[in-house]
Design a protein around this ligand. Structure first.
Ligand SMILES: O=c1ccn([C@@H]2O[C@H](COP(=O)(O)OP(=O)(O)O[C@H]3O[C@H](CO)[C@@H](O)[C@H](O)[C@H]3O)[C@@H](O)[C@H]2O)c(=O)[nH]1
Ligand SMILES: [Mn+2]
Length: 754
């Protein structure tokens, strides 16, 4: 019944889909000679499970100690409340630790054999979606380099269509894409003739030190194009002579990025036999889309853009597979389409795969990854673990989707993909297609449909990717994670502390929304996903909730030290052993894992600092913001991550791995206050402990607070020592000191009372 209802919904809402069942579909399936990919289980799982078990035992022993401590406490209300809070935090940490163990339980690695696909005569069409939203934060020259890297994939060009969604509705971005459509005629044959591996022209030419003579020509063409684009962006308008040209004439005065009609332009029409590159070979299709925006209709950020792209592409090319990347994520591996198709086209195991997710990798990280932007542990350890349970989450970029699954189809065993979908697209004139596609990129088209609910990406969540992938998993599909040696996609990671914390705040807001909604993996996935898979989602869904126990721990601890209140066993007592084991073993494991995933030792240390800052800064403010949104005081937003900085000073400090604070922000006030609190308590607490002869009972707290102080060294430098513009502002310094001192003074009187 559900199945029927769903196909009905599916067909209704996809009015424009051209469904065809071609006889050659079966012959193509027969061509396959065996499996197209293999799966290997990770090694060393027995040792890992033993280790996890030892951790669990020690964690339980620490609880026994807390129980004993509570029973033996002198009945003071303050102390009991303190200890209960501590126990609650520790129970949460243990629970979260348990959740993170699920993905380490049985990770798998996948290896496609694309050589087998090279021989196939019939290959499916592939559509590629790139989203951009702001010509300032996302420079058009960077966007077109991404676009060109994708258009130059090692794949029959006439089967590829690239769609750029421009949520900025900017003529500057359109101009850049128009330039790219001309340059593509040189770039694509150049890549193919010289077997260029780096197919993003920006990256290729920046790394090229000594070009061959014939390469100069293309390099010059590229550089001229970029300088024209940059000039246009700087001036904020296009050359006069282009204004009346087709496409450009659709912009008129009075249009803003938030208020304009839909604009759709097919810049290169792959169906047209006359659309050829300089070598006379066919070109891919290239389409610009700026969906309609009106102030009175909510546009649902990237999810809205993606859904408009799904519909628009279904009219123009309707490929069965869709690659989605962010505008800064260029293709770094020209074979990714073949690799991904190995999973989908595998006769035996490919039928239930909804999407193939690649890791998010970055090309602008420094050696020791100051802001922990590499996500190395996520890519190297956690996502393979998800795959063992039923597949990685959709992380918004670097992902190949099966169109049907993305459009909301429920998986059933009788389901068979139509590989030839889109190949029989009606031979309509491009302007008629443009007209039809424009009609479905309007604000009102989705009203009273299931778009954003059951179809396409889901609306209303700041991590539209994760919640949409989860919905696909709940519909019976699996996904596959592929992390090739040669990275498939590379993007830009935030280069200032504020950008990094803001990005994590947005992610945390989204994850929190998922936890407290019916989309929570434990509710939505109940009976539909394996328990391990539900728990794996918990790793990210529970991120924000970690902030409260962490804040409790990091504030209460030093204050108790200052007041001489002992929370842990004496350093000479055997009860200290389980605590020490949990702390040391957990960190040793984390360090080893981090190193295996490609971090440096200092990189791991930096990631520990970021972990702390994210928890007390991003996650905490995400909780505050979600509460404010729930109460109607604030609206969900999407702060776009900046992909370029003009400030040479900031870039230099980033290269030198100096933490960039800059102008004040609530993040920095919290971080500064916590850092100061720990420093003051560490110094005075230790002094008091020595004077009162209580070092033995307070040793654990001295050590813990000491670790926090060490982690915060860059914060103290930013507060007191640095002179450059990246230091913490004076107002932040004063506020941090003020908060920390008043917390200390307030508790000193209470503390003596305990
Ligand atoms: O209204 C909007 C806002 C953003 N975007 C695009 O969405 C992408 C991601 O935005 P970015 O600012 O780069 O955010 P990140 O935090 O780097 O993105 C990660 O997290 C997002 C969810 O929060 C996912 O959508 C992304 O795919 C994922 O890479 C970019 O291409 C934007 O152009 C839009 O198209 N419309
Ligand atoms: Mn991004």
């Amino acid at each position: 019944m559900i199945q029927h209802a769903n196909s009905f919904i599916y067909i209704m809402a996809n009015r424009c889909l051209i469904l065809c069942h071609h006889p050659s579909e079966r012959s193509m399936m027969r061509n396959g000679d065996g499996s197209l990919f293999r799966t290997e289980k990770a090694k060393g799982r027995k040792a890992f499970k033993l280790f996890a078990f030892s951790m669990l035992c020690c964690i339980m022993m620490t609880w026994v100690y807390r129980g004993k401590q509570l029973a033996e406490s002198d009945g003071s209300r303050w102390l009991t409340a303190l200890l209960l809070g501590l126990l609650a935090s520790e129970i949460w940490f243990a629970f979260y630790w348990l959740v993170t163990q699920t993905v380490r339980w049985n990770p798998v690695h996948r290896y496609p054999s694309k050589e087998k696909l090279y021989q196939r005569s019939q290959l499916p069409k592939v559509d590629m979606f790139v989203c951009t939203a702001d010509p300032i934060a996302e420079p058009p020259a960077l966007v077109v380099s991404t676009v060109l890297s994708l258009m130059a994939y090692n794949y029959p060009a006439e089967k590829l269509s690239l769609y750029l969604s421009d949520d900025g509705g900017s003529i500057l971005t359109f101009y850049a894409l128009w330039e790219a459509s001309l340059f593509a005629k040189h770039w694509i044959p150049f890549c193919k003739n010289f077997n260029v591996e780096l197919r993003s022209p920006a990256v290729f030419f920046s790394k090229l030190t000594d070009p061959l003579k014939e390469w100069y020509h293309v390099k010059n063409l590229y550089e001229e194009m970029v300088s024209r684009i940059d000039d246009v962006v700087e001036l904020g308008r296009i050359p006069e002579k282009l204004k009346e040209e087709d496409g450009f004439s659709r912009w008129h005065s009075g249009m803003t990025s938030r208020n304009h009609e839909p604009i759709l332009k097919i810049l290169l029409d792959g169906r047209d036999p006359a659309s050829l590159d300089m070598d006379g070979n066919r070109l891919p299709t290239l389409v610009y889309m700026a969906r309609e925006k009106r102030p009175e209709y909510h546009h649902n950020f990237k999810a809205g853009a993606m859904n408009a792209l799904i519909r628009v592409s279904s009219v123009i090319s309707n490929a069965p597979f869709i690659l989605n990347v962010d505008c800064d994520m260029y293709s770094n591996n020209s074979d990714s389409i073949f690799d991904s198709l190995c999973f989908f086209l595998d006769e035996e195991k490919g039928g239930n795969i909804a999407f193939v997710q690649y890791p998010q990798c970055f090309d602008n990280l420094t050696k020791n990854d100051l802001y922990a932007g590499s996500l190395n542990v996520v890519s190297g350890s956690e996502l393979p673990g998800f795959d063992g349970w039923g597949g990685p989450p959709y992380i918004g970029t670097g992902c190949f989707h099966r169109r049907e699954a993305l459009c909301g189809r429920i998986y059933g065993r009788d389901y068979k993909e139509n590989w030839n979908k889109g190949t029989l697209a009606v031979r309509e004139n491009a302007s008629i297609l443009e007209q039809r596609a424009t009609e479905i990129a309007t604000c009102t088209y989705e009203h009273n449909t299931l778009w954003g609910k059951q179809m396409g990406l889901k609306y209303g969540c700041a991590v539209e990717d994760v919640v949409s992938g989860l919905a696909i998993h709940c519909k019976g599909w699996r996904s596959v994670y592929y992390n090739p040696q040669k990275k498939a996609f590379l993007g830009t990671s935030p280069t200032t502390l504020r950008d990094s914390l803001t990005q994590h705040k947005r992610w945390a807001e989204g994850q929190l929304q998922i936890v407290f909604s019916k989309n929570c993996s434990f509710i939505a996935g109940h009976n539909r996903m394996k328990l391990g898979h539900q728990m794996a989602y918990g790793i990210y869904n529970f991120w924000p909730l970690n902030s409260l126990p962490t804040l409790y721990y990091i504030i209460v601890h030093p204050l108790c030290l200052l007041n001489g209140v002992s929370l842990f066993p004496k350093i000479s007592s055997p009860w200290v052993l389980p605590f020490a084991y949990v702390f040391i073993a957990k960190n040793a494991y984390s360090l080893a894992e981090s190193l295996m995933c490609g971090d440096t030792v200092l990189g791991w240390w930096n990631s520990q600092r970021m972990w702390l800052m994210k928890r007390i800064g991003s996650y905490f403010l995400a909780i505050v913001n979600n509460i404010a949104t729930a109460l109607g005081f604030s609206r969900l937003g999407f702060a776009i991550t900046s992909k370029a900085t003009d400030d040479q000073e900031v870039s230099k400090r980033y290269e030198k791995e100096m933490m960039e604070f800059g102008s004040s922000s609530p993040f920095f006030t919290i971080i500064g206050a916590v850092a100061m609190l720990n420093l003051i308590c560490f110094v005075y607490g230790m002094k008091r402990a020595v004077v009162n002869g209580k070092t033995e009972t307070l040793m654990v707290q001295i050590l813990l607070t000491g670790v926090v102080v060490l982690l915060n060294i860059p914060v103290y430098e930013g507060l007191f020592l640095r002179k450059d513009k990246g230091r913490l502002s004076l107002s932040t310094t004063l506020a941090s000191l003020g908060f920390a001192m008043s917390a200390c003074l307030l508790t000193v009187s209470k503390g003596t009372a305990i």
